[in-house]
Design a protein. Structure first.
Lengths: 200, 151
């Protein structure tokens, strides 16, 4: 057990003894990581705060069942991904309206930018929110389990063991999910591009 | 195996040095793989740009809410029930069915009941029930004896 883990274990023990400040400190340590993951998976800043609150409240109510031999981070990440997958499944009917909000010219322009082979970083930095929306639109119709696996692996750069732990599955299944997500994004992109060209 | 099929392994950095070199050489000449790679890189780049931070005082608010909820009696009951919802549903179902079973109207195990059902099925209208004569197994035995005697 490293120092961070032993400090977490102490905070957990104090929380279970009724120390509110200890739990606040535990939340403070992990809120940035949980918030980032929840935000990327859900892709809606309006839902972030409620979702992150729910994650920590669930962690609190299950804290007695947590085994302090293991690190707290992956455990809370697993709660976060499970909660996000539940939310994504429930909101299936509500999808991005990105493509109807934009003119056909804008759609074509954004899609062309997304397929640029080169320094995309400088392109996206001009309008990060718009390109994030395009990226989220491409992820939006992925199955929640593929979307979550893709975010954890590709965007957050976690190794497959961590992805598998967070998703409660095997490493092989995690690899399959990421691979499917990549293929689906490509398929969706082609479909959008075909749609944009048809409109032109 | 076609080099195109190494796409996922390349992204996951699972190829050895020679294979990686071979795949990179392939990328320069394969517009399909190159476009696929660029798209994924750009999607990831766009998603990484987005940042979201917890508001000030968030951790204290969560901790306060968590401890207030723990004090709430009804939440304690709910959290006690939560681990075994299926078991509780099963117990409730069994209780309801066993209660129904105890109500006399739900059981027609007496011979007279079975006889009435057969007669109803055979004749459409039960002459016995309409006469209102049979109320017990003894009445039924008397009737059967009378019918046997008549035949």
């Amino acid at each position: 057990m490293d120092m961070a883990d032993s400090a977490d274990a102490a905070l957990i023990a104090q929380t279970l003894d009724g120390n509110e400040l200890a739990f606040a400190e535990l939340v403070r340590r992990y809120q940035a990581a949980v918030w980032g993951t929840v935000h990327r998976i859900l892709g809606r800043s309006t839902e972030d705060e409620d979702a992150v609150q729910e994650v920590f409240l669930r962690a609190f109510s299950s804290l007695r069942r947590f085994d302090p031999k293991y690190p707290f981070g992956p455990w809370v990440l697993r709660i976060a991904t499970n909660h996000c997958i539940d939310l994504l499944r429930r909101r299936k009917a509500r999808r991005y309206k990105l493509w109807t909000e934009l003119s056909e010219g804008e759609q074509q322009h954004l899609l062309n930018d997304m397929s640029v082979d080169g320094d995309f970083g400088s392109v996206v930095s001009r309008s990060p929110e718009t390109y994030e929306k395009v990226a989220q639109a491409l992820l939006d119709e992925l199955k929640p389990k593929y979307r979550t696996a893709f975010i954890l692996r590709e965007v957050e750069g976690r190794d497959y063991r961590e992805v598998a732990d967070a998703l409660g599955t095997s490493e092989l299944a995690a690899r399959v999910r990421v691979s499917r997500a990549r293929a689906e994004i490509q398929k969706k992109f082609r479909a959008y591009l075909a749609g944009a060209k048809v409109k032109d | 195996m076609r080099v195109c099929e190494w796409f996922d392994q390349y992204r996951d950095e699972d190829l050895n040095a020679a294979q990686r070199e071979q795949f990179e050489a392939h990328l320069t000449g394969c517009p399909v793989c190159r476009a696929r790679m660029a798209l994924l890189d750009n999607v990831v780049c766009a998603l990484r740009q987005s940042s979201a931070d917890a508001p000030l005082g968030f951790s204290e608010r969560i901790a306060r809410r968590a401890f207030n909820q723990r004090k709430s009696w009804d939440l304690m009951v709910v959290s006690w029930l939560r681990p075994a919802p299926a078991l509780i549903a099963l117990i409730v179902t069994l209780f309801i069915f066993s209660s129904l079973w105890l109500i006399p109207g739900f059981r027609q195990t007496e011979t007279v009941g079975e006889y009435e059902a057969v007669v109803n099925e055979s004749y459409g209208v039960s002459p016995i029930s309409s006469s209102g004569q049979i109320h017990s197994d003894d009445d039924l035995l008397n009737l059967l004896e009378q019918e046997g005697g008549a035949r």
